[in-house]
Design a protein around this ligand. Structure first.
Ligand code: SF4
Ligand code: SF4
Length: 436
């Protein structure tokens, strides 16, 4: 740990952003028009180039990492649209994750309170399955008792505006959770054996996505297991800079999925899949796990990527429906997968796909961002809703539960018609329509 002449500690620890990564930036500004926070503010310091400049200056110990400076880093959605736009191959996602991890690792003792709160939530709630189950059981009671309907109706007018806004973010938990573990699908003569990441909250928030995933995988001939010892993927921890917690979760997942002895690890949330494909980098300094993490990462497949590589078109039934597709950032920009969801949707007879003007622009969900940066999250969501409205679609398809939640809330609050579904759910509906 070195102290600068200005008397502050710069980035520190194994996650210090690499100078070689930062030096790739040629300051051309091609990334600016793709950055949602730059579009919303017009401010250089809320752009990828501006943030890279700040990180470089902290690394060089030319500026101190003040609360104000950290605020600019914190307003980044980590959507990685700038990576796609960059002609110079700047690995913006890992630079930002490294910067946050290095800050959290202890170089900067006075972090904004928001960073500490976020870490407490991630470590002591989201990473603890029993806590998650308890909270969602209460949420389910809230929905089923009818209280949620009352709060969203006549009672809501009595609540303070902030509380009303927070409540509107809450999901409607009307479907029984998906908590199946072990072998969850076993077709005769399977073509492959795959494992499903059940995730920390997916089985409670969107159980229908897991059920559809398992049914579709079974229909295309896969035996599916859901390892009981698996953990949260750690994506939210990595994004928040809690690399230590992310590494712990990654090690647990590697052990759990290795024991399952599968051909592929299937993930139906793009944010989780992106993080798991990067376990090899996360654990690169771990003498025991580095090699195992490499094998693990190579086996991770987004569910849409996996299905598109299999013979899946036989037995699809007609769906007479107008659909638009939100390219989830961590599928399009982090995993570089754009064609697979379109291939699947276009294969469904009767389905009409209407593209948005900017389908790969972030919706403002970004993990916990919609809670901790709610104003900017709403600013980013507003043009997305307009873009959706112009397509005239009845269904908005996504590939990530964060996007599903954010767009559902946006449609509900704006009084817009339509539903939001994972692409795999439409594929499942199509097979069902054909009676398969
Ligand atoms: S990750 Fe997204 S929000 Fe952050 S700088 Fe890049 S484009 Fe902007
Ligand atoms: S990050 Fe890439 S696109 Fe943005 S200014 Fe640097 S080199 Fe140009």
């Amino acid at each position: 740990m070195t102290t600068s002449p200005l008397n502050f500690v710069g980035f520190t620890g194994e996650d210090t952003p690499a100078l070689t990564d930062l030096q790739n930036c040629i300051h051309c500004g091609f990334c600016l028009p793709s950055c949602p926070t730059y579009i919303a503010t017009g401010q250089e310091l809320e752009s990828p180039r501006g943030r890279l400049h700040l990180i470089r200056n902290v690394l060089d110990q030319k500026v101190a990492p003040t609360d104000r400076l950290l605020g600019h880093l914190d307003l980044c959605l980590q959507c990685r649209a700038c990576e796609t736009a960059c002609p110079s191959g700047v690995p913006y996602g890992r630079i930002m994750e490294d910067a946050r991890a290095s800050i959290v690792a202890g170089g900067i003792t006075k972090r904004p309170a928001q960073w500490t709160l976020r870490m407490l939530l991630l470590r002591h709630v989201i990473a603890k399955p029993n806590m998650v189950v308890g909270i969602f059981s209460l949420g389910r009671l809230y929905t089923r008792s009818g209280l949620q309907r009352l709060v969203r109706g006549p009672l809501g007018r009595l609540l303070p505006k902030r509380l009303r806004w927070l409540e509107a973010q809450a999901p409607v938990l009307a479907t029984p959770p998906y908590r199946d573990r072990g072998t969850v699908a076993s077709p005769a003569a399977p073509r492959a054996r795959v494992a499903l990441l059940t995730g920390c909250m997916h089985g409670d928030l969107y159980p229908q996505t897991h059920r559809a995933t398992v049914r579709v995988l079974e229909r295309i001939g896969c035996e599916v297991v859901a390892p009981a010892d698996q953990a949260c993927c750690g994506a939210l921890h990595s994004h928040a800079g809690d690399a230590e917690a992310a590494r712990d979760l990654a090690r647990r997942n590697i052990e759990a999925f290795e024991a399952a002895k599968v051909d592929a690890i299937i993930v139906n949330a793009a944010g989780c899949g992106a993080a798991m494909k990067e376990y090899d980098r996360l654990l690169r300094h771990d003498l025991v796990f580095a090699k195992r993490a490499e094998h693990f990462s190579h086996k991770v497949k987004d569910v849409l990527e996996f299905i598109a590589e299999q013979p899946f078109t036989e037995g699809l039934g007609t769906l007479d429906v107008d659909v638009t597709l939100q390219d989830s950032c961590h599928l399009a920009h982090a995993q570089k997968i754009r064609e697979a969801p379109r291939t699947l949707l276009r294969a469904i007879p009767g389905l009409r796909l209407h593209e948005m003007k900017t389908p790969d622009r972030c919706c403002g969900a970004a993990g916990l961002y919609s809670m901790v940066q709610s104003d900017m999250s709403r600013q980013v969501l507003a043009p997305k809703l307009e873009d959706i409205a112009h397509t005239g679609a009845q269904v908005v398809c996504t590939s990530n539960l964060g996007c599903t939640m954010q767009i559902e809330v946006g449609l509900r609050r704006a009084g817009m018609p339509g539903r939001v579904s994972h692409v795999v759910e439409l594929l499942d509906e199509s097979y069902t329509a054909a009676g398969r």
